[in-house]
Design a protein around this ligand. Structure first.
Ligand SMILES: O=P(O)(O)OC[C@H]1O[C@H](OP(=O)(O)OP(=O)(O)O)[C@H](O)[C@@H]1O
Ligand SMILES: Nc1ncnc2[nH]cnc12
Length: 178
């Protein structure tokens, strides 16, 4: 158990979704709980490095986290979007997920050269999504030194992959054995 066991208890687990063998950690039940969501954002906000100037969230669940942190800290947010949603000039990266493949895209010119960008999402599993986010932000000229997630599934190795790239990774909750 972590110190954040109170928040972990608000996350619902659905077996065999979206595929047999996947234990889906459903943060929608944490989001339903006002005090639980506020505590989640407050605890994450307390971990944000002081030189952060932009918060990047990954569609869709990562937007909820990014919006909360951005409001709490008064920082701008950058939307890393699923394909076909961004109207302006964009770059994209394809990646593999625990249960499929996907792509995220980012507007060109929305990160300043050398800008310190915090990457956030609700959950890190294999790390494919987060690494795609790091790739986009880096190609856009930004620097990702920190990533924050509500949930880590450490057995899937994603957080370790980010740490191997020198990124500081913090998560409120670990679900071991997934
Ligand atoms: O570490 P990974 O193995 O890449 O998996 C983590 C990603 O999977 C989930 O998103 P999903 O792609 O299911 O999309 P959603 O946020 O639109 O539900 C989650 O919100 C992360 O973005
Ligand atoms: N097991 C899981 N539960 C919820 N979201 C996920 N994204 C990737 N793997 C996941």
């Amino acid at each position: 158990m972590t110190d954040n066991a109170d928040l972990a208890a608000l996350i619902r687990t659905i077996p065999d979704y979206p595929k047999p063998g996947i234990l889906f950690r459903d943060v929608s039940t944490l989001l339903l709980d006002g005090p639980g969501f506020r505590a989640t954002i407050d605890r994450m906000a307390a971990m944000v490095a002081p030189d952060t100037t932009l918060i990047a969230g990954i569609e869709a669940r990562g937007f909820v986290v990014a919006a909360g942190l951005s409001y709490a800290l008064g920082l701008g947010k950058l939307m890393l979007r699923k394909p076909g949603k961004l109207p302006g000039e964009k770059i994209g990266t394809d990646y593999a997920l625990e249960y499929g493949t996907d792509r995220i895209e980012m507007h060109v010119g929305h990160v300043r050269d050398g800008q310190k960008v915090l990457l956030v999402d609700d959950l890190i599993a294999t790390g494919g999504t987060a690494l795609a986010g790091v790739d986009l932000i880096t190609r856009g000229g930004g620097i990702v030194e920190q990533a924050l997630f509500i949930v880590d599934l450490p057995d899937l190795g994603g957080a370790a992959k980010l740490r191997a790239k020198g990124i500081k990774v913090d998560c409120l909750i670990d679900f071991e054995g997934d």
